[in-house]
Write a protein that binds this ligand. Structure first.
Ligand code: ARG
Ligand code: ZN
Length: 873
């Protein structure tokens, strides 16, 4: 495998590029890129004899320095790029290259999407467009001239402001763009072709009018107003919360159906997967709308956290991503229900990031080496990174955090910096020492926080011991303790919250919160008449795996009375886990200890009028298989699926009356818009219906058929369709056919149609997926389709992906290989599905290991090879 790039080897760039001037002659088949770079030797660089400019898959047509064409001895072209021999200390480099957008199946650099051309440059796509120092610490001012056939390419967009345009001979035209802000090449973008747009304005708090546009294929535009509104709300929010204002006169978004990821924050020209823009109640679910709102905010927020202040090198990726995810999470929390947002985020972290952190690809939030940087756009860098930023807020308070942000921008605007710089700003602005937080960035693995309690009933004293341990990961055997903020509360058996009377043991608590800094610390509380119920880690205050053994009785008290909604959810998860693990271990459900008590606790919960129905829905949503698997060894995925299903069946039967009541009571609100009460109504109804059908499909299946017909929005329609298909109910075929017929022309809804089938636990799932691979709605060339069918099958269909005969692995690996030949980045994501192989029972382990070896032998891209090789190590 290729040698890794190491953080320890970082050196400043050899040259600075002050100005870039690009001229594109655009065409789908062949585009020519003429470039003029003003280069000067970096003040700290050692004089070298050679300068390597990155470049991949470029045909060099012309090259000159300061107007003089170069002789063959003055440069060399290789697979890596263009080597200039003995360049002057300061010069203008002129190059002209040819590229082939229509043949670009990797969707990195310049490529075609239906009737337009667009770019994706992060992380290293710019080098597929022209020769450059393609690294984030080289920030340059860009001037871009786009020229093309006017009929074919009526719209010509790039970063900054359009400063000139005109028509030319032969039906051609041009637009010239100038971006006043220096930026790294990964933020460069163009989009050109047949695009329509919608438009609105935003007045900044200092009175500047910003023109906002969303560009897309004309049919997608009527469904893009929600996104445009989310953009305005994001702009307002960033001013109010952080005093951050937009810094140009226009802000443009382009939506495409062909995109490797969610979206990209190019300066003033964000490019989005249509999935993250095109959404309204009629054709998108509440989850989709929530996603659109979050991604629009995320990319907009990058304008300050990412663009104005960027990363020194790609090891610092979380500097911009962790911080920007934290910011979009906070924005979303302020739009709807903060509690529900937190629960959703924790579920996601546990399902995606925890397995990453305990598997062969475990890496620190600030990795110390990589082979392919595109493989490090991970849940760890993004979501765990956001949790670390949240830790700063947790210990500094919201105002202290704001002071840190202010200082960060004051110090680093216009610079390319590190996660250490960010931490220093947080610490210095508040006069505190945060040096130990560096461990959160440097150590891979999820810390395990163990809480043990001892109650002395004679003296009325509760002793609580907190200890932490981060498991060893590949190449990082020994870990140091990390600072963990732990809010603490005590409840009486009847639910009354007790005051904390701390004894003189261990550090004094500030604001009922311990910041655990050592491997182990002990606290004592007194004045207690009876053993209280202990509750820790409110709001999921740190990204740790909590081991806190509590009895069913204690968990039931917490489920009933916790004031913190996350903790109520957590108590429900713990009770659910207890039941599932007992059944998995072979017990009959009837014989599981505390069963009746658990039933009563859930019934009481359903009857709690003060509880947000959306939080109730999440309490009734049993822990995911992915999360449960994290806490098990030698997993039999089929046994686990059936154990979880058995508990769902029991819950559906126990709560039948209450669930029916919720289902019918919320019927009217569920027809409402995208507001918190209406989305909560849909959440509880669909959770209730799923449990009712799990409890008794013959009795309640008809409700799903009825919902499929009466659905007033896509959330209802899709909930009905998934239930019909996943429970194999009578109307499933008709419903699938009808859905297809109705939405045949909508790529995003066809993705859903594929996903519903790919995630079905019914026995015919694998043959369905096999047939769908050949369906006209499917193609390996489109990342959304690949993720919808293959990705969903590997991630969510644990029953059939892990089929005991290996048929799921085989189908998946074949598809992965075919995708890898076209688009390595997308294939590498699929490869991660095998990462957990060592946690399974021996037969599956062996089947997965053989599959990985077969893939490696077949020859994989650098992207996929890095993942597969690590998995086998
Ligand atoms: N910066 C983009 C975002 O999070 C994502 C870019 C992902 N790039 C990649 N090569 N996977 O907003
Ligand atoms: Zn981002």
């Amino acid at each position: 495998m290729t040698d890794p790039i190491r953080l320890a080897d970082y050196t400043p760039p050899p040259y600075v590029i002050d100005h870039v001037s690009l001229d594109f002659q655009l065409d789908f088949e062949q585009t020519e890129v003429d470039s003029r770079l003003r280069l000067r030797r970096h003040p700290d660089a050692l004089p070298g004899r050679e300068l390597l400019l990155h470049g991949e898959d470029l045909s060099l047509l012309a090259i000159a320095i300061d107007g003089q064409p170069l002789a063959p001895a003055q440069y060399a072209v290789s697979a890596e790029g263009l080597r200039l021999i003995d360049p002057p200390a300061e010069f203008e480099l002129h190059t002209r290259v040819r590229i082939h957008p229509a043949r670009n199946t990797r969707l990195e650099g310049l490529y075609q999407s239906s009737a337009f051309l667009l770019t994706q440059c992060e992380a290293e796509g710019f080098r597929r467009i022209t020769y450059f120092l393609d690294r984030p610490d080289v920030m340059a001012r860009f001037t871009v001239r786009l020229e093309a056939d006017q009929q074919q390419f009526p719209v010509l967009l790039s970063n900054g402001d359009d400063v000139a345009q005109g028509t030319l001979a032969n039906g051609r035209h041009f637009v010239q763009w100038q971006d006043p802000w220096p930026k790294p090449s990964y933020l460069f973008a163009i989009a050109a072709g047949a695009l329509g747009h919608i438009e609105d304005y935003f007045r900044t708090r200092s009175g500047r009018d910003v023109r906002l546009r969303i560009y897309a294929e004309p049919r997608a535009l009527p469904r893009s107003w929600f996104a445009l509104d989310a953009l305005k709300r994001s702009m307002r929010w960033d001013e109010a919360r952080y005093g951050l204002e937009y810094d140009l006169d226009q802000f443009n978004i382009v939506a495409t159906y062909d995109f490797n990821m969610g979206a990209m924050e190019n300066k003033s020209l964000n490019i989005f997967n249509a999935k993250a823009i095109v959404a309204d109640l009629e054709r998108a679910t509440d989850a989709d709308l929530t996603y659109v709102e979050a991604v629009v905010a995320h990319e907009y927020f990058h304008n300050w956290t990412g663009n104005r202040v960027t990363c020194r090198d790609w090891f610092q990726l979380s500097l911009k991503e962790g911080l920007t995810v934290y910011r979009d999470q906070e924005f979303s929390a302020d739009q709807g229900s903060r509690a529900v947002k937190r629960i959703d985020d924790v579920r996601l972290l546990r399902a995606n990031q925890f397995p990453e952190d305990s598997g062969p690809f475990a890496h620190p939030v600030r990795p110390s080496e990589y082979v392919e940087i595109n493989n490090f756009y991970t849940a760890t860098v993004y979501e765990k990174g956001a949790e670390i930023v949240r830790l700063y807020e947790r210990v500094l308070g919201r105002e202290g955090f704001r002071r840190g942000m202010d200082l960060y921008f004051q110090r680093h605007d216009g610079q390319a910096v590190t996660t250490d710089d960010f931490r220093a700003a947080m610490a210095d602005a508040n006069g505190v020492d945060l040096s130990r937080f560096s461990r959160w960035y440097e150590q891979a693995g999820t810390p395990i926080l163990t809480v043990t309690e001892q109650f002395d009933s004679e003296r009325g004293v509760l002793t609580v011991q907190f200890s932490q341990e981060t498991p060893g990961t590949l190449g990082q055997a020994d870990k140091l303790p990390v600072p963990i903020p732990i809010p603490i509360a005590l409840y009486r058996q009847d639910g009354l919250r007790l005051p904390l009377q701390q004894r003189d043991v261990g550090p004094p608590l500030a604001g009922a919160m311990l910041v655990l800094t050592e491997a182990s610390q002990t606290l004592q509380f007194d004045g207690l008449q009876e053993k209280p119920v202990l509750s820790v880690l409110h709001d999921f205050s740190a990204p740790v795996a909590l081991r806190h053994r509590q009895s069913v009785a204690e968990l039931s008290v917490r489920l009933g009375f916790e004031q913190d909604p996350f903790c109520r959810f957590e108590a429900a998860q713990n009770l659910g886990e207890h039941l599932i693990q007992s059944v998995y271990a072979g017990q009959a459900l009837d014989a599981v200890s505390g069963l009746a008590e658990i039933g009563r606790a859930f019934k009481a919960l359903c009857a709690d009028a003060g509880l947000d129905p959306a939080v109730l829905a999440e309490c009734l949503n049993l822990p995911d298989e992915a999360y449960l698997s994290e806490r098990m060894q030698a997993i039999d995925p089929s046994r686990l699926f059936h154990a979880r299903q058995a508990v769902a069946t029991w819950l559906g039967q126990q709560l039948e009356g209450a669930l029916l009541q919720h289902y019918h009571r919320e019927a009217q609100s569920a027809g409402g818009g995208f507001d918190a009460p209406s989305t909560a109504a849909r959440r509880i109804r669909h959770r209730a219906l799923a449990l009712l059908i799990a409890g008794d499909a013959t009795r309640h299946g008809a409700l799903a058929s009825e919902l499929a017909v009466t659905a007033r929005n896509m959330t209802e329609r899709l909930a009905a369709l998934s239930l019909l298909v996943h429970f194999g109910l009578a109307d499933q075929e008709a419903a699938l056919a009808q859905f297809y017929q109705q939405y045949e022309d909508d790529p995003l809804l066809l993705d859903k149609w594929l996903s519903v089938q790919a995630s079905s636990p019914q026995p015919d799932a694998l043959s369905r997926v096999r047939a769908l691979l050949k369906h006209p709605a499917y193609t390996h060339r489109n990342p959304n389709k690949v993720r919808a069918l293959i990705g969903t099958f590997g991630r969510l269909n644990r029953l059939h992906f892990h089929a005991a005969d290996g048929s799921g692995y085989a189908l998946y690996a074949d598809a992965l290989q075919a995708v890898d030949a076209l688009n390595p980045q997308v294939a590498a994501r699929l490869s991660a599905a095998f990462n957990g192989w060592r946690r399974f029972e021996p037969l599956r382990q062996e089947a997965m290991r053989r599959t990985l070896q077969r893939l490696l032998q077949a020859g994989l891209s650098k992207d996929s090879a890095e993942i597969v090789t690590k998995a086998l190590e």
